[in-house]
Design a binder for this molecule. Structure first.
Ligand code: GLY
Ligand code: MN
Ligand code: MN
Length: 441
């Protein structure tokens, strides 16, 4: 049984054609990710390379895509040979013949032929587009291919005299999501939003963080998502002030907040949602004040997300609201201008307000172009995730100690503004409390 039943070949063919059109007379070489050993004979769950997947939809390890540009652009997939013996142990593999048909590449070969074929494909080409610097073995292999071509100089063969980063071209393409990607990202957001709802309903004093994590992971998988997009953060009480808390092993206490940052990965596409809510279903006064502030900061940030806005506009908007709020709550002294200028708000808000989202949770794409923040365009997807993390410190009122709040949504830039892909997870206080009131009915 093939591991994939439906490959939308037109989508991948179109992306390869768009890349090939930018190569001129050059050649692009894009490998997938290696399998990685976790310990002894156990592997980490396999995850293909995002760039490779973007161009092929092919999910097996040990595969490389070679794309030639120019008048006769060609796509060649190198992949594992069929091997009945190995398939008994590890499962189905396409083999070149079936892969060529199913994935609609011009040609497919056994991966063992790569070293023999690439030098021929590089002969008399101006540039090779590869990503170097991530894997020394791969870098050496690429340089070996180029040297093989150089050694044919006396036979009149020219080697590429330029090595360019193929990721530079692909990052720009990946930044603007096509309809196929947006359908997956909408669904990923829907699944994750539903999982957050279930987590709110499952939370109660005495439960353990990992029990709530299990609810999220169960829902992701139940809905067909292959895995979480990143390790879930399920942080009760003071743990919410540890930005990358992933231990998820503490007991939830009555009167504490629970911060959950969790999103599924569906067919390669990430969702990334954070919600913060009271373990017992009712926000206390100080919790409410901090939560309303973060929610207002997020609303201000989301209001800036539209075509023509600059990447940093949501961050600037969120910081402004938070800084004023920190002054109003007596967490900080001074004027708004002073707090912004001296960046004293960073005591309680020390991270940025978002990142690109797509095949990777921190997705591909530059944030600045020629030194200036990039303009948002329809089809780009970003997170909007302000927060407030209050650790005990001199001058910080005790009633706020250990409150950590983050609210994170996934926003698609549209022609008019933005569409929130994660809207299924409630975030208004009244909606959260209403959902939680009904949870043990
Ligand atoms: N969950 C990763 C992030 O929010 O950036
Ligand atoms: Mn995020
Ligand atoms: Mn997140």
């Amino acid at each position: 049984m093939p591991a994939l039943t439906e490959i939308n070949t037109a989508v991948y063919r179109d992306r390869r054609a768009r890349l090939a059109a930018q190569l001129g007379n050059g050649v692009a070489i894009v490998p997938t990710a290696p399998e990685r050993i976790r310990n002894r004979d156990a592997h980490y769950p396999y995850r293909y390379d995002s760039y490779f997947h973007y161009l092929t939809g092919f999910r097996e390890p040990e595969a490389v895509l070679v794309l030639t540009g120019g008048d006769q652009a060609q796509s060649m997939l190198f992949c594992r040979e069929k091997n009945i013996e190995r398939e008994i142990w590890d499962g189905f593999r396409y083999g070149p013949e079936m892969a060529r048909e199913v994935f609609a590449v011009d040609a497919a070969y056994c991966i063992d032929e790569l070293d023999a074929q690439v030098p021929d494909l590089l002969a008399n080409r101006t540039a090779v587009h590869v990503h170097l610097g991530a894997d020394v073995a791969w870098d050496a292999r690429v340089l070996g291919w180029i040297n093989t071509v150089r050694n044919r100089a006396r036979a009149g063969v020219a080697a590429p005299d330029e090595i360019r980063d193929v990721h530079a071209l692909l990052d720009e393409m990946r930044l603007r999501k096509d309809d196929h990607e947006l359908a997956l990202m909408r669904r990923a957001g829907e699944i994750s939003g539903g999982a957050h709802r279930l987590a709110m309903q499952a939370a109660k004093p005495g439960a353990i963080e990992y029990e709530i994590e299990a609810v999220l992971l169960h829902e992701f998988r139940r809905c067909g998502a292959q895995s979480p997009a990143y390790t879930a953060i399920v942080a009760g009480g003071a743990n919410a002030c540890v930005l990358h808390y992933v231990e998820n092993s503490a007991r939830l206490a009555d009167g504490d907040l629970l911060l959950i940052d969790a999103g599924c990965e569906l067919d390669g596409y990430a969702s990334d949602i954070t919600r913060t809510f009271p373990v017992n279903g009712r926000f206390s006064g100080p919790q409410r004040a901090v939560y309303e502030l973060v929610l207002a900061a997020q609303a201000a940030a989301i209001a800036t997300v539209k075509p023509g806005a600059h990447w940093n506009d949501p961050h600037d908007a969120a910081v402004k609201v938070l800084a004023q709020g920190f002054i109003d709550l007596k967490l900080l002294q001074g004027t708004l201008d002073g707090v912004l200028e001296q960046e004293t708000y960073k005591q309680f808000y020390m991270h940025r307000t978002g990142h690109w989202l797509g095949l990777d949770v921190h997705d591909a794409g530059d944030y600045k172009l020629n030194g200036a923040w990039r303009e948002l365009e329809p089809g780009m997807v970003l997170t909007v995730e302000p927060g407030c993390y209050i650790r005990p410190a001199p001058g910080v009122p005790e009633s706020f100690h250990h409150i950590g709040v983050r609210i994170e949504d996934d926003a698609l830039v549209t022609a008019q503004g933005c569409e929130i892909l994660s809207a299924g997870a409630p975030k208004a206080i009244a909606d959260i409390e209403a959902l939680m009131r009904g949870r043990h009915a």
